[in-house]
Design a binder for this molecule. Structure first.
Ligand code: ARG
Ligand code: ZN
Length: 883
């Protein structure tokens, strides 16, 4: 059942050209797919041809090799293993064609892989292994073919027909039907195939590439009045196209670029060549319906999918074990793009917060894996924060180590050397290595094979007589059952020094290199010692600037609150200023949860440090706002051996409330200034920052639970002109026990009930609220008219939100039971969606014995579910392996 990277072998047969014909029926119950594959043998004669095919109704006498119909004895379709085996006796030794005709039922496809229907329109999702649900094929990424596709459908019901590449011909056929033909002349693996047919409206634009080629751009969506919500996606696309030319020298190679927004989609979006299919959440935005975060996500995801055109499509992966090759690199590219378009520090802070809450927890739990996994049951299990986000950090470290020019030399080699090929992570590192022969990346490569978050401990000692500061570094990569021994890795540590007066002290290694205000220490042994010279007394080190490596940094003996407060006020590295504030807050909250009884008062020094940041108008409003976004409950959980979710929530609330009480006047001033600022909605980083700061002030003031504040929130919900402000206020009310809560939620729903994406927000704001009765609220919502278990966005809004934030409430374990029942139900509908919900249990070992027993029981129940999918099985069996 388990597949291993070590077993990788190239395929015995290749496909050079693929012809497909789709006869789309009116209701998606009887769709005919004809395939003609132009094949080439790369094996000994006598090797059977094994094609993938799942749930395909094979039509009688439709299998042909070189036009000759195969007899029943010459093939075998095994519906269990999803394979069609063709006897070698009918296979020519060099090239030949293979044909098949199958019927499929897209309207019944709730898995949402292959060809399915989203609200009446046909669309596809083939990554990773969905293409085998469309036609018989060698469904693996190292089989790359050019494609000719003909689509035929009813002219009225499906006026828009799309597939990859250019539309080369179209016309009308009989019975109100029409057709269109497409050519994709760049060889691609079948996971990049796409087809869309539906009644869609669109927005058009064009882009002229650096060599003057004109590209037609279109964004498709259902409903003419939704087109106005596509402008931001279109602008983002054009910016991304330009950025990739300027920063990486990569020019788009097709004549068209289409984006289609669909409401029913398991993931964020998909980079099919020249025809990206998107979850509508990452396309449709307007000030009234979308938050600033939504706008930023649209920009980031549109860019991400566009960047895949090179990092993923032109250069693709040889197998799914290499997924991080395309995803890590593309996430890094989209992060860099967003940093360039907006505030780089704010972007970095938010990316690091995601990494540390989601990926660090994953890496410490039963689903931990290296960014290049060595084995899996289903490759679907590895579309993870580790492969994506830690993968991006690994690319970022490479850039830090070789520098921006060396990195660009490396990517030039990578893209030109591997164009049109299916390659591996080794090929990627080799390209960077070949472009930077002065640096040895041997030790660095271990990042691809070892899992777990490295812990870097630093011992800082000062010698007054010599004016030296000595850093003793140690790195520890946690051992696990799959990884009993670990080896040190190359960890770049960017650092600077802040003198006692707050000024910068040059980092002087006394090794012949020029002292500089920031330096990168390339730390690659288990233990290393670094001596810094000419360091004045009272100097404080600023380590891991801009989060230069995905590690946990610890100081021997701890860092004092005074030192953190000093860095929070004086560090030139804005990331570390934020980081110091996070640590101050975290240390205090950890102290609260570890002690019995009443929580202590927040020390004056901490309050003053936060006040100084809040009122310092020299700092970007967005940064000030982020300082007040405290470490998440789940992040606090990860710092503890045994976590008490109730006490963690209480400690976090206590800290917020104390801060709010002490900073009340300042917060009110900020809120007033924000309210007075009622110009038109603008999206630039400065305007976003102002809104963020104002809304942070509002949420802190709400911690004081005053009637005035709740009334103000209700007013915002009613009269707010943008969703950022409205949702901030609604979110405050949703967690409150004020009478305004019910009114606001009802009115909001009535106003927006026909807008799917806004209703998702309404669901998730309730499922993630911090009320004691959240379990009852969520349970009731599963029966609400707006909820649907067949629409992934709805399930995520309600159950993923609940699973992440609230599954431990209430304390009698009913949340666990509820969620496990949901997982079993959902698994019959959509295994990938169910598996995502099942991941809410992965940290079960972090809690007390009673909770552990409750969760373990539910995990066992899920595991016993009849017909359990590989996807959920892989999650729960890994969890239970910890039992
Ligand atoms: N390649 C897509 C992206 O990150 C995601 C596809 C997800 N598919 C899956 N089976 N997990 O842009
Ligand atoms: Zn991607």
């Amino acid at each position: 059942k388990t597949k291993y990277l070590a077993d990788y072998k190239p395929p015995p047969y290749f496909i050079s050209h693929t012809e497909l014909t789709f006869e789309l029926d009116d209701d998606g119950l009887d769709t005919v797919v004809r395939g003609k594959l132009h094949m080439r043998s790369a094996c000994e004669p006598g090797t059977p041809l094994v094609l993938d095919g799942e749930g395909l109704a094979l039509q009688p006498a439709s299998l042909k090799v070189n036009e000759t119909v195969l007899q029943n004895s010459e093939y075998e379709y095994n519906e269990k293993t999803h394979t069609l085996t063709i006897s070698p006796s009918v296979l020519p030794s060099d090239t030949f064609t293979f044909e098949s005709v199958v019927k499929i039922r897209p309207a019944k496809n709730t898995v949402l892989e292959g060809l399915y229907m989203s609200q009446g329109d046909y669309c596809t999702q083939c990554e990773a292994e969905g293409f085998r649900r469309i036609t018989f094929y060698i469904d693996r990424p190292d089989v790359m073919a050019t494609f000719s596709v003909r689509v035929e459908a009813d002219r009225k019901k499906y006026p828009v027909l799309l597939s990859n590449g250019n539309c080369v011909a179209k016309g009308d056929s009989s019975d109100n039907r029409h057709w269109a033909s497409f050519e994709d002349k760049f060889p691609k693996p079948c996971y990049l195939f796409a087809l869309v047919a539906g009644d869609l409206s669109h927005l058009s634009d064009k882009f002229v590439t650096m060599n003057g080629r004109e590209v037609d751009l279109k964004v498709f969506v259902k409903g003419e009045n939704e087109v106005r919500k596509c402008h931001h996606a279109m602008r983002s696309l054009k910016k991304a196209m330009k950025w990739d030319e300027e920063v990486y020298g990569l020019e788009y190679n097709y004549d068209v670029f289409n984006i289609v927004a669909v409401p029913t989609f398991v993931f964020g979006a998909m980079e099919n060549t020249s025809l990206n299919v998107f979850n509508s959440k990452y396309v449709l935005v307007s000030p009234e319906t979308a938050t600033d975060t939504d706008y930023n996500s649209v920009e980031g995801v549109v860019a991400h999918e566009y960047f895949h055109n090179y990092s993923g499509n032109r250069v693709t992966v040889s197998s799914w074990f290499q997924l991080s090759l395309k995803e890590g690199l593309t996430v890094f590219r989209d992060q860099s793009f967003s940093a360039d378009m907006n505030s780089a520090t704010v972007k970095r802070i938010r990316d690091v917060a995601i990494l540390r809450t989601a990926q660090f927890a994953e890496d410490a739990g039963p689903m931990s894996h290296p960014i290049r996994p060595a084995s899996y049951i289903t490759c679907n299990s590895f579309y993870t924060a580790t492969v994506y986000n830690k993968g991006a950090e690994v690319i970022r470290m490479l850039k830090t180590i070789v520098g921006p020019e060396g990195f660009r030399r490396g990517t030039d080699i990578y893209f030109s050397r591997n164009d049109g090929k299916a390659v591996t992570c080794e090929d990627w590192v080799q390209a960077i290595q070949d472009a930077n022969t002065d640096i040895d990346l041997t030790v660095f490569r271990r990042w691809y094979n070892q899992s777990g978050t490295p812990v870097v401990s630093v011992d800082v000692a000062y010698d007054e007589g010599l004016s030296t500061m000595t850093l003793k570094l140690n790195q520890m990569i946690p051992a696990t059952s799959k990884q009993p021994t670990t080896e040190p890795m190359l960890i770049p540590i960017r650092m600077g020094l802040i003198g006692p007066d707050g000024s910068q002290v040059p980092v002087d290694l006394n090794d012949g290199s020029e002292p500089a205000l920031t330096k990168v220490l390339n730390f690659s042994d288990r233990d290393e010692k670094v001596v810094l010279h000419n360091v004045p007394k009272g100097t404080v080190p600023s380590l891991l600037r801009n989060f230069s490596a995905p590690v946990k940094l610890e100081r021997t003996g701890g860092v004092s609150d005074d030192e953190l407060a000093f860095l929070m006020a004086n560090d030139v590295d804005e990331f570390n200023r934020w980081e110091s504030g996070q640590k101050l807050a975290l240390n205090f909250m950890l102290k609260c949860v570890s002690e019995e009884g009443e929580f202590p008062a927040v020390p004056e020094a901490i309050i003053n440090a936060f006040r100084r940041t809040l009122t310092n108008e020299g700092i970007d409003a967005a940064l000030r706002a982020d300082v007040f976004v405290l470490p998440a409950e789940s992040y606090i959980t990860e710092q503890l051996d045994v976590a008490d979710p109730v006490r963690i929530r209480a400690a976090r609330k206590h800290f917020r409330k104390q801060l709010a009480a002490s900073l009340k006047d300042d917060l009110e001033k900020i809120l007033e200034t924000g309210m007075a600022d009622t110009g038109e909605y603008k999206l630039d980083p400065e305007s976003q920052g102002k809104r963020a700061l104002k809304n942070v002030a509002l949420s802190y003031l709400a911690a004081l639970e005053s009637k005035d504040c709740y009334e103000l929130c209700l007013k915002f919900v009613r009269s707010g002109t943008n969703m950022t402000d409205v949702l901030a206020a609604l979110s405050v009310l949703s967690s409150s026990s004020s009478p305004e809560r019910e009114i606001a939620l009802c009115e909001f729903y009535e106003k927006w009930k026909s807008d799917l994406l806004v209703v998702d927000k309404w669901l998730s704001i309730q499922s993630t609220c911090t009320r004691d009765d959240v379990y009852d609220i969520v349970k009731a919502l599963t029966a609400h008219e707006s909820y649907s278990e067949t629409v992934p966005n709805k399930v995520y809004a309600l159950l993923r939100g609940y699973g992440a934030a609230n599954v431990h409430m209430p304390t009698d374990g009913s949340g666990y039971r509820f969620l496990s029942e949901q997982v079993s139900r959902l698994d019959r509908i959509n295994p990938q969606v169910a598996a995502r919900i099942a991941r809410s249990f992965t940290r079960w070992r972090k809690y007390d014995a009673v909770r552990q027993a409750q969760m373990e029981a539910e995990l066992r129940k899920i595991k016993q579910t009849e017909g359990l999918s590989k996807d959920v099985f892989e999650v729960v069996s890994n969890c239970l392996a910890q039992a």
